[in-house]
Design a protein around this ligand. Structure first.
Ligand code: SIN
Length: 493
């Protein structure tokens, strides 16, 4: 399979299957490797090193040594490297997208979109690098002057998920490198190849040796995570993934009080009010739910539709979903690809079965898709959902829709907030006052109004409650990697 991808890459050197430490492509000290699969075909793409704590410490030490000089570089220089890296990503979009498409299963159109999204963070933080202003603070003491300035924290560990393998890396390391931190990346075991390709381009953009290090692992992820959390040189850890793992990392980081950003699970409400433009709502919903095969942290998971338009919305949705082609990401016009894991199919099916057992009516799909080797399921729509069902509490992370009915604004706010997590949310309404009222009342970090995608490098991304803390992207993203130092000056002579 590797040769299949290789023959189609314009830049063959972007295909790497080794870790990257201290500017060199390396194997695991143990010599162990693991397989990377294409979830659409279950073909083995290649193997990469199964790195462990020993390899991780080497990566941290490389980043720590590089930090001594990297922190002295000017923000203008770091901005130039970031901008060049962004340009190189865009120039090699087709190659990066091909790798993403095969290791993750996303469609080529979405993979192209992810490359642009990933590059946008590098460009954005190139701009932010030079905007990390300090301030002059009026002192209460006439003999003193006070000012603040910002400095990089140190080594930053960037742990990325498999659903957006490169965009989640650049959202973290773009900010870190702009701030003057050096980095150790831990890509998801399922999707290391696009990150390795990204590092080739970073090297070409001019980043000094040791600024970027990559530890690849699948089975030893707990060991690698612990090494990142417990090493004193790591002063920042940014993780995107499950709430369960986020809590574990937070515990481990407590020993050194390592600063954390956590972008964890969501269970986004998608609320359709009866004054909404239903055509626009269906378009927004299609993106919110089916983008990336339903595998985004902000995917619409609980779909609340106001009673008066419930039947109409359900019918229009089924009609729309029937037009969405399912297949391997490389096939033309496919909108929904495979799920990335076998266990994701099992989870989605368990949600469907649970809903059916409790009175939910499957009006489209409802089963795995036959005729493929990979992890495909039929896009599914279930109506008459109730809050006792599994889908109310758990992220389905698949192209499965459950429609809940509601009557009043107060009722839907209370339903939407009855949840341990609070990442994204979506509202469809034509009423400005309703928009404000609901947006302010929802316990979430992000609200989309008549849109289905919340992603934009300039908009802060993050959640509340058990969706974690910290903000990525936007003007706040770089602050996560900086300390504010204050200086009091005696001017009394
Ligand atoms: C995520 O799923 O965590 C990221 C989605 C996005 O940035 O669009």
């Amino acid at each position: 399979m590797a040769s299949n991808i290789l023959t189609r890459l314009t830049r063959k050197d972007l295909f790497r299957n080794q870790g990257y430490i201290d500017g060199a492509w390396v194997d695991a000290a143990s010599g162990k490797r693991f397989d990377v699969y294409d979830p659409a075909t279950l073909d083995n793409i290649t193997t990469v090193p199964e790195m462990d704590a020993e390899d991780t410490v080497k990566a941290i030490e490389s980043a720590s040594a590089a930090f001594k000089t990297y922190k002295q570089t000017t923000a203008r220089q770091r901005a130039r490297w970031l901008r060049k890296w962004s340009d190189l990503c865009l120039e090699h979009t087709a190659d990066l997208a091909l790798v993403l498409c095969h290791e993750n299963g996303k469609t080529l159109a979405e993979a192209n979109g992810e490359v642009a999204y990933a590059a946008s963070f590098l460009e954005w933080f190139a701009g932010e690098a030079e905007r990390t202003y300090g301030e002059v603070v009026p002192s209460s003491n006439s003999k003193q002057r006070i000012l603040t300035f910002k400095q990089p924290l140190g080594v930053a560990a960037c742990m990325a998920p498999w659903n957006f393998p490169i965009a989640m890396i650049t959202r973290k390391c773009g900010a870190a490198l702009a701030a003057g931190c050096t980095t150790v990346w831990k890509p998801a075991g399922e999707t290391p190849l696009s990150c390795l390709a990204l590092a080739v381009l970073a090297q070409e953009a001019g980043f000094p040796k040791g600024c970027i290090n990559i530890v690849t692992t699948l089975d030893l992820v707990a060991q690698v995570g612990k090494a990142l959390c417990s090493h004193k040189a790591v002063r920042k850890l940014s993780f995107t993934g499950s709430t369960r793992v986020g809590k574990l990392l937070a515990n481990q980081c407590s020993a050194n009080l390592t600063k954390l950003s956590l972008e964890l699970g969501g269970n986004s409400p998608f609320i359709v009010f009866d004054d909404a433009n239903l055509d626009k709502a269906i378009e927004a919903f299609t993106m919110a739910k089916f983008r990336n095969s339903g595998q985004t942290c902000v995917t619409a998971n609980r779909v609340f539709v106001q009673s008066r338009v419930y039947d109409q919305f359900a019918q229009a949705l089924v009609k729309k979903v029937k037009t969405l082609k399912v297949g391997a990401g490389t096939e033309p016009d496919v909108f929904i690809g495979p799920l990335t894991h076998e266990r994701a199919v099992a989870k989605a099916m368990s949600h469907v079965e649970d809903a059916k057992a409790q009175g939910g009516q499957v009006i489209l799909g409802g089963a795995p898709l036959t005729g493929y080797n990979g992890y495909f399921i039929q896009p599914t729509v279930i109506r008459d959902m109730s809050t006792k069902m599994l889908m109310t509490r758990e992220e389905t992370f698949a192209p499965v829709v459950g429609l809940y009915r509601f009557e009043t604004v107060d009722e839907v706010i209370s339903l939407a907030n009855d949840c341990d997590v609070g990442l994204g949310s979506f509202i469809c309404t034509e009423s400005t006052s309703r928009m404000w009222r609901v947006a302010e009342a929802l316990d979430v970090g992000m609200v989309g109004v008549n849109v289905g995608v919340l992603s934009a490098c300039e908009s802060p991304f993050g959640g509340v409650k058990e969706s974690g803390y910290g903000r990525e992207g936007g003007r706040h993203g770089i602050d996560e990697y900086l300390i504010v130092k204050s200086m009091l000056i005696n001017v009394s002579d």
